[in-house]
Design a protein around this ligand. Structure first.
Ligand SMILES: Cc1cc2nc3c(=O)[nH]c(=O)nc-3n(C[C@H](O)[C@H](O)[C@H](O)COP(=O)(O)OP(=O)(O)OC[C@H]3O[C@@H](n4cnc5c(N)ncnc54)[C@H](O)[C@@H]3O)c2cc1C
Length: 321
């Protein structure tokens, strides 16, 4: 099977750049991070400089404006060398940022996506609870409407970036009378990173100007068998105050399973409170389609003696091994 069947010059340029980075930077350092179960902050800084945290998002939101295949190539090349680095980019992008890009209001997109796409802060997604992993209908975390804000109580387990991250999309029950997958709403919650010193040292991972939600806390890091350099913890809500403008557009009225970009119809059903669902479902599908369209531009493929940042409009950020 020849590469050119699927890949353009631009895809190959992206692949070579990330392959080079993975081999020269990630490979030598990954065993130490894995052994120490340490989050790879220095490499995160380099990946942010290379534009790896915003590959599929539009340039006007601070992303690289590339297509989904480019994004998959990035994850693939990182995963070939170290799964923790790959999940750091993919959990941040697919789990943390895509719900805001796909379902956030314009205001939410403007406020959160540029920070995430630039890798200035890390994002995550909180669905799983002891009784709600594959089955989102088991969600027990609940949110009470207090007028201009919601109060969240409960916790999410196994959350990637729960410690190091600052922006999360989480699911909570807003209608106690609704059953199973109904009456669940998505909220954007914020907190400070647990690694403030490291974040300050490397210059990414913390944004002091981002308002944080009191009561959103990270618990102890999981001591895992694999993916040890990836930060996995419980994300706890103790009377957490979440402003109403952080409610994701419309209630997510039917959470069946994980949000998957490949199966939007079954996974995300956005229904603005009090409206009929059919129109909003089709507009959600339209948004999903427009998000995944091929939108990169082909650029000449240089031989990478060092890495060029990944972006639709090539920048000239370079790294030295
Ligand atoms: C390292 C790591 C990082 C994670 N990061 C996140 C994160 O960032 N955010 C987040 O929300 N979650 C995260 N998770 C949680 C993960 O998504 C869940 O573990 C996963 O969804 C499975 O849920 P569960 O553990 O409750 O297992 P269960 O849902 O109990 O499933 C257990 C087994 O039963 C099978 N099963 C379940 N239902 C059915 C069925 N109806 N029919 C047949 N078989 C079935 C499953 O396939 C599985 O083999 C993470 C987990 C790990 C290990």
């Amino acid at each position: 099977m020849h590469d050119s069947l699927y890949f353009t010059d631009h895809h190959l340029q992206v692949r070579d750049m990330v392959r080079d980075f993975a081999q020269q930077v990630v490979k030598p350092s990954a065993p130490r991070y894995d052994h120490d179960s340490a989050f790879p902050w220095d490499n995160v800084r380099r990946m942010a400089d290379l534009g790896l945290f915003g590959i599929p998002w539009p340039e006007e939101l601070g992303g690289s404006g590339m297509d989904y295949l480019s994004y998959i190539l990035v994850i693939h090349e990182l995963a070939k060398v170290d799964a923790s680095h790959a999940i750091t980019v993919s959990a941040h992008t697919t789990l943390g940022t895509s719900p805001i890009v796909d379902f956030g209001t314009d205001e939410q997109k403007k406020r959160f996506v540029p920070l995430l796409a630039a890798g200035k802060v890390l994002g995550g997604f909180g669905l799983t609870e002891p009784g709600a992993g594959s089955d989102a209908g088991g969600t027990q975390t609940f949110a009470v409407d207090k007028g201009d804000h919601f109060v969240l109580n409960g916790s999410k387990i196994f959350i990637t970036h729960a410690g190091v991250g600052e922006i999360f999309v989480v699911a909570a029950r807003t209608d106690p009378a609704a059953k199973r997958t109904h009456g669940i709403t998505a909220f954007i919650v914020t907190k400070d990173t647990t690694d403030l010193e490291q974040a300050k040292r490397v210059g990414v991972g913390h944004d002091a100007s981002l308002p944080k939600c009191p009561g959103v806390l990270a618990a102890k890091k999981e001591d895992k068998l694999g993916w040890r350099a990836s930060d996995t913890r419980e994300l706890v809500f103790q009377d957490a105050l979440v402003p109403k403008e952080n409610v994701s557009r419309g209630c997510i009225s039917r959470w069946r399973t994980w949000p998957r970009r490949s199966r939007p119809r079954n996974t995300w059903c956005t229904t603005p409170p009090g409206s009929s669902s059919t129109a909003s479902r089709s507009s959600a599908r339209r948004r999903w389609r427009s998000c995944t369209r091929l939108s990169w531009r082909c650029v000449p493929r240089p031989r990478p003696s060092s890495c060029t940042a990944v972006t639709g409009t090539p920048r000239t950020i370079r790294w030295s091994a």
